[in-house]
Design a protein around this ligand. Structure first.
Ligand SMILES: [Zn+2]
Ligand SMILES: [Zn+2]
Length: 338
């Protein structure tokens, strides 16, 4: 059994490596604006690209590109510039309430962290709060048997754990954005630069990699004793149906939460991924975990709904998967709710 699991896991890793190598070749041909930039530079070596494609933030563009540690190909510089502008646009969207003078003092990575923290806080508080109100206050009597609803004290504790960890969760997307801005990942900004067909192909590969590594990260946090004892047990304090609630969705030790989300980030190093889609997916996990901790099971296979996750919280050795049941089925840990 163990050898079979190692072989299947090894095949996945080899497949990701092969797909990454193949995509590296194909992506090199499709980086955005590569052809325009190189043509212009060949025909008019004395004319700067910025004279031809003036940007609204021209000064910032010049500064950022000239600060590059080494001369980059024009296509990569432009991609990095687009990533920077995208991150600034997101910061403007969420941090618009801050005075300009205050934001000017904050390095971009700090602004990104603050924006991610506020977005995560709002998403968690609004979705889990509204969902808890809906299922307990509005329809509690119809949805739950007597004594099967969580106590206020459980929900309050879950809220507390999540809010203490949240500032640290926000470090992960902020640092990932900085890493993307350095040009170290395979992230791209424009779907039309690769075409819709390839976008979905990369998306499927990316999600397969995420499913695989989230499964093993979660399973590792159970099977490696220190992982469980130091980090994951905090989330498993809620081990009965009547102690789980939507608020448990982000109630983790901060490192536990980060470890289970980090496959979303490291997959960017070997599978080309649309930058905004990556960020939306990462934040969508906040909504997803709210949903799977409410103990309300609807049959939606192959999606791994709340019924599966309730079993995970009560047996500790089944249903480690993320969105789908495939990895548990493949590695022999699936237990189907009755
Ligand atoms: Zn677990
Ligand atoms: Zn859980």
């Amino acid at each position: 059994m163990f050898i079979r699991q190692v072989l299947v896991a090894g095949s996945f890793i080899l497949a990701f490596a092969a797909a990454g190598a193949f995509l590296q070749q194909s992506q090199a041909k499709v980086l955005p604006y590569q052809s325009e930039a190189s043509t212009i530079e060949t025909l008019h070596p004395d004319v700067s690209r910025l004279d031809i494609f003036p940007e609204p933030r021209g000064e910032k563009v010049l500064k950022t590109v000239s600060q590059s540690p080494a001369a980059r190909p024009a296509s990569q510089s432009l991609l990095i510039q687009q990533l920077i502008e995208e991150n600034e646009w997101k910061n403007d969207l969420i941090l618009g309430f801050l005075p300009t003078s205050v934001r000017a003092q904050m390095p971009r990575i700090v602004q990104s962290w603050l924006r991610c923290y506020l977005a995560c806080f709002l998403l968690y508080t609004i979705t889990s709060g509204l969902w808890a109100y809906y299922i307990y206050a509005c329809f509690g009597r119809q949805l739950f048997k007597s004594g099967h609803m969580p106590a206020w004290s459980d929900m309050y504790e879950q809220l507390k754990v999540a809010n203490v960890s949240m500032p640290l969760y926000a470090v992960l997307p902020a640092v990932t954005e900085w890493v993307m801005e350095q040009g170290w990942t395979r992230a791209y900004t424009r779907i039309d630069s690769i075409g819709v067909g390839k976008y979905w192909m990369y998306f499927a590969l990316y999600m397969t990699s995420v499913e695989f590594f989230v499964y093993w990260m979660h399973r590792g946090l159970h099977e490696v004793k220190q992982g469980y004892r130091w980090f994951h047990f905090i989330h498993h304090k809620y081990n009965k149906e009547n102690s789980l609630s939507p608020f448990a969705g982000l109630a983790f030790h901060p490192l536990d939460g980060i470890l289970q989300a980090v496959p979303y980030c490291w997959t960017l190093f070997y599978i080309p991924m649309h930058s905004l889609t990556f960020e939306l997916l990462l934040f969508m996990t906040g909504i997803w975990t709210t949903n799977i901790h409410d103990c309300l099971h609807g049959r939606v296979e192959p999606i791994m709904g709340a019924g599966y996750h309730t079993i995970h919280h009560t047996t500790y050795q089944h249903n480690y998967g993320h969105y789908f049941i495939f990895m548990d089925k493949l590695f022999g840990t699936l237990q189907v709710p009755i």
